[in-house]
Design a protein around this ligand. Structure first.
Ligand code: SF4
Length: 63
């Protein structure tokens, strides 16, 4: 599973890196960015929590 942030939709609220900082971080432009590689299996649940915490549905998790 991989994580993607739609940077056109992200409003920079900072929720996703708070929920799962191993996968998401904020860029200098105050937009969230996800790691490029596969989400480690032990972090999938929190990555899903981060997706669910996004107020604008900007996060997609792809099998
Ligand atoms: S939770 Fe959504 S809106 Fe907030 S920083 Fe993350 S991707 Fe952007």
């Amino acid at each position: 599973m991989k994580a993607y942030v739609n940077d056109d939709t992200c409003i920079g609220c900072g929720a996703c890196p708070e929920v799962c900082p191993e996968i998401f971080h904020m860029t200098d432009e105050d937009i969230a960015h996800a790691i490029d590689g596969e989400i480690p299996s032990d972090l999938v649940s929190r990555a899903e929590d981060a997706r669910d915490s996004c107020p604008v549905d900007a996060i997609n998790l792809d099998e």
